[in-house]
Design a protein around this ligand. Structure first.
Ligand code: C2E
Ligand code: CA
Ligand code: CA
Ligand code: CA
Length: 278
């Protein structure tokens, strides 16, 4: 029995070593990839239901790996978040998003670009100045930019976040609470923090056409948000049944595969052209 346990411990530590080895490897690869410019922003449209137009695009990062092809953020963002790499990568996202906002506006598609912020970016003292420098460099209207933060950030670092979000919002950007409903049970931050939108997480939208509990939750979230003067974006809309429920219940806007997956900038511009001419 003792032997067995020893074997198991040995196996377990080997596994852990291998896992942390893979992580270190990936971290080094990420470092190189940032230097080599292997990242790309994809864009997914957000449709305003009142006007049936694309009012916004969420910028979603992809890694064009020279051997492995396109790698999704779920694989590398968590690794980047464990080191200072997320700061560098996050800055690249901000700069590129501003550049694209400028470009779209020049093409007479002056829509808003929303960017995802990692928690450690919120603690970064440089963030605000960096954002302002990009806005100035690309001459974008700050009102054409939005940041998305998760509930965790809002609850955990209340003072930091409050300060930063207030500055960002005073500057003209809007603020979304991402993955709403999946993080914390405390809702008190909603009335204290400077926010504009709640993004209802896909897990509630998925079965909203069929599941009575999800119907109740989504209705309640929309009602509460509107009473607090917040607007609601539903994430992960894939079917017309889900869309109909959201329209009937006065959701403000929708995002999901029903309209488009996140696509490269070139395809996104095609989409904008098609959407406004039809
Ligand atoms: P998120 O911010 O919640 O982004 C929405 C995710 O849902 C995206 O996955 C999007 O492709 C996916 N999605 C959208 N509509 C649908 C749908 O109808 N059905 C399904 N099944 N999925 C849908 P993606 O692009 O793989 O991004 C995953 C996560 O990675 C994001 O979740 C976000 O947390 C993070 N992420 C992406 N880009 C960035 C970035 O630039 N910076 C940071 N810090 N995180 C990012
Ligand atoms: Ca997001
Ligand atoms: Ca989300
Ligand atoms: Ca998410």
């Amino acid at each position: 029995n003792k032997n067995k346990r020893q074997m198991w411990v040995q196996f377990y530590t080997d596994e852990m070593k291998a896992a942390s080895h893979r992580e270190i490897e990936l971290e080094n690869e990420l470092r190189l990839a940032i230097m080599n410019g292997e990242f790309e922003l994809y864009f997914q449209p957000i449709i305003d239901l009142a006007t049936d137009t694309i009012v916004k695009a969420e910028a979603l990062i992809r890694w064009n790996h020279p051997e492995k092809g396109v790698i999704n953020p779920d694989v590398f963002i968590p690794i980047a978040e464990k080191s200072e790499l997320i700061i560098t990568l996050g800055k690249w996202v901000i700069s590129r998003a501003c550049q694209v906002a400028r470009q779209l506006c020049d093409l007479k598609h002056c829509i808003k670009i929303s960017m995802n912020l990692s928690p450690s970016q919120v603690y970064d003292e440089d963030l605000y100045n960096y954002l302002c420098s990009c806005v100035t460099k690309y001459e974008v209207d700050p009102q054409k930019l939005e940041i998305e933060v998760t509930e965790g950030v809002l609850v955990e670092s209340y003072t930091n976040t409050d300060l930063l979000l207030n500055k960002i919002r005073d500057y003209g950007l809007t603020v979304s609470v991402d993955d709403f409903g999946t993080g914390y049970s405390s809702l008190s931050y909603l009335k204290k923090l400077p926010i504009d939108y709640l993004k209802i997480d896909r897990s509630f939208v998925q079965d909203v056409a069929t599941d009575d509990n999800d119907k109740a939750i989504v209705k309640a979230v929309i009602g509460m948000a509107h009473n607090l003067n917040l607007k609601v974006i539903a994430e992960g809309v894939e079917t017309n049944e889900q869309l109909n429920f959201l329209v009937d219940n006065h959701c403000n806007s929708v995002q999901g595969y029903l309209f488009s997956k996140p696509v490269k900038l070139e395809s996104f511009i095609d989409l904008l052209n098609d959407y406004t001419t039809t």
